[in-house]
Design a binder for this molecule. Structure first.
Ligand code: HEM
Length: 458
């Protein structure tokens, strides 16, 4: 099978390509799902997967329609997140959902976000400063070239540090927080890891108990570079929030925090590493961004259109029998809104498999919950749309673009170290991004003339 094409699973009498639903469990699908999504968009816009007993919605118009139709496609608990994350707003609707949602909106957008940008940049600079200290194991010098594995040396740590900052998590417990975060995330993976994930969540909840009591009496604040208080941190706000006269319980607050790290850590990590992987494969576009830093906005949005780092399929349940693209989805059925596929819908994006930060059919302005579709430009759907539209869209955008400006200032002449990168199935080309973000990214660059203290490899 040529690289980039779908495996042949047979054809119907009229020539329509057939799909075998075992495909969705295969390594081949995870490696590069897009040839299969192309077949689905063309021949099966609502694909009924009888093996897994669910429906996939793959075209842009249909995906948006389902995401904004909170009544027809509900978010009643699906048992996916609730094990480790607890009772989160992803699985709530109506008033209860709006009540929880408001807290995030107040802290992750607008003026609150603007106040946080200097701290975000500072965190990026601190991490990169470690590269020169000689302590960072994922940075090496050899024959005048510095090589960094950006995943371990930066992307794995940066978004979690930002979330800790927004939360106001005590500095002395941040390395412990990293452990809880990693273990809870791994807890989605399977039965052994799920147990550890639950234990990590319980440890976090126990740790928070005393902090919540303290901050109810004495809130703590995010500070600027000079140490002046800027605004209350999120743990303080959550601790002091009353609903119908009652404080939120520590269990509820832990669910907020778990969702924030779950929703904000791995996703933004993936957006940053995918963006750099794609930009390094398109040196002309990277050169343009180096000349004009404002182009990082377009680079971020095109990355999210081209390669959603995680969560490219949003689960819903049909509330009643409902028709989409001529197919009746029965009440109660599990439906996946496939944002991955919608983002490559050729009805909206020309040559959708091309990565191009200059494409003129993608909207790259401020993301809107209702989406954007005007004058031939459309927003991507990586952040979803409708009531559950990602409240972290703005902060992840700021994180990714702010840290990329700092990274580009710190690495002279960055280029992909192809020899160290995972290869595609032909053993020659670079591995495609697939369903989730890449794990490692090896970059060579010219070290700064003043860099000292690095281990030199002969
Ligand atoms: C590139 C990065 C990100 C991507 C691709 C992403 C994607 C998404 C998507 C698709 C949803 C909607 C889920 C649905 O409709 O069922 C969502 C919800 C959510 N995201 Fe993000 N996210 C990102 C970053 C963040 C960040 C940085 C935070 C927080 C700091 C965050 C917090 C949340 C929360 C709390 C929800 C639940 C919203 C609700 O149910 O009302 N996300 N995200």
């Amino acid at each position: 099978m040529p690289v980039g094409e779908a495996a042949d699973m047979g054809h119907a009498d009229d020539g329509t390509p057939l799909l075998n639903p075992r495909l969705f469990d295969s390594a081949e699908f995870r490696r590069n799902p897009h040839p299969y999504f192309r077949i689905m968009r063309k021949h099966y816009p609502v694909y009924h997967d009888k093996l897994h007993n669910c429906y996939y919605i793959t075209r842009y118009d249909d995906a948006r329609r389902c995401a904004v139709d909170d009544l027809g496609f509900n978010t009643i608990p699906k048992g996916i997140a609730s094990t480790v994350l607890g009772n989160t707003q992803l699985e709530l609707s109506g008033v209860e959902h709006r009540r929880r949602r408001g807290v995030f909106d107040r802290h992750l957008a607008g003026a609150a976000l603007r106040d946080r940008i200097p701290a975000i940049e500072r965190l990026a600079e601190e991490l990169i400063a470690d590269w020169d200290s000689g302590d960072e194991a994922h940075v090496q010098d050899r024959a005048g070239i510095r090589t960094v594995e950006l995943g371990a040396a930066f992307c794995d740590q940066f978004p979690v540090r930002v979330v800790c900052e927004v939360l106001g998590f005590p500095a002395e417990a941040r390395s412990q927080f990293n452990y809880w975060y990693q273990t809870m995330m791994a807890g989605f993976g399977g039965s052994d890891t799920a147990q550890q994930g639950l234990e990590a969540r319980q440890d976090l909840e126990d740790y928070l108990e005393a902090i919540v009591q303290d901050r109810r009496q004495q809130p703590t604040y995010l500070t600027d570079a000079a140490g002046n208080p800027v605004r209350e941190d999120l743990i303080s706000t959550l601790s002091r929030t009353r609903v119908d006269g009652d404080y939120l319980s520590t269990e509820e607050i832990t669910s907020y925090i778990a969702l924030l790290v779950g929703g904000g850590g791995e996703t933004t990590r993936g957006a940053i590493i995918n963006m750099w992987y794609l930009m390094l494969q398109h040196p002309d576009q990277l050169a343009a961004v180096a000349r004009d830093g404002s182009l990082w906005d377009a680079a971020f949005q095109e990355t999210l259109r081209y390669a959603i780092p995680t969560g490219g399929m949003q689960p819903r349940h049909a509330t009643f029998d409902i028709e989409v693209a001529g197919v009746t989805i029965p009440a109660g059925a599990l439906v996946h809104i496939v944002n991955h596929s919608a983002n490559r819908d050729e009805r909206y994006f020309e040559s959708p498999d091309r990565f191009d930060i200059f494409r003129n059919d993608l909207y790259t302005g401020k993301m809107l919950r209702s989406g954007f579709n005007r004058n031939g430009r459309c927003s991507h759907l990586a952040f979803g749309s409708g009531a559950h539209f990602c409240p972290g869209a703005f902060i992840s955008h700021q994180e990714a673009t702010a840290c990329s400006r700092v990274l580009l200032r710190s690495m002279a002449n960055p280029r992909l170290n192809r020899a160290s990168m995972p290869k595609d199935i032909d053993g020659v080309g670079l591995a495609p991004i697939g369903l989730e973000a890449i794990r490692e990214l090896w970059i060579d660059y010219d070290p700064p003339p003043t860099a000292t203290g690095r281990a030199t490899i002969a």
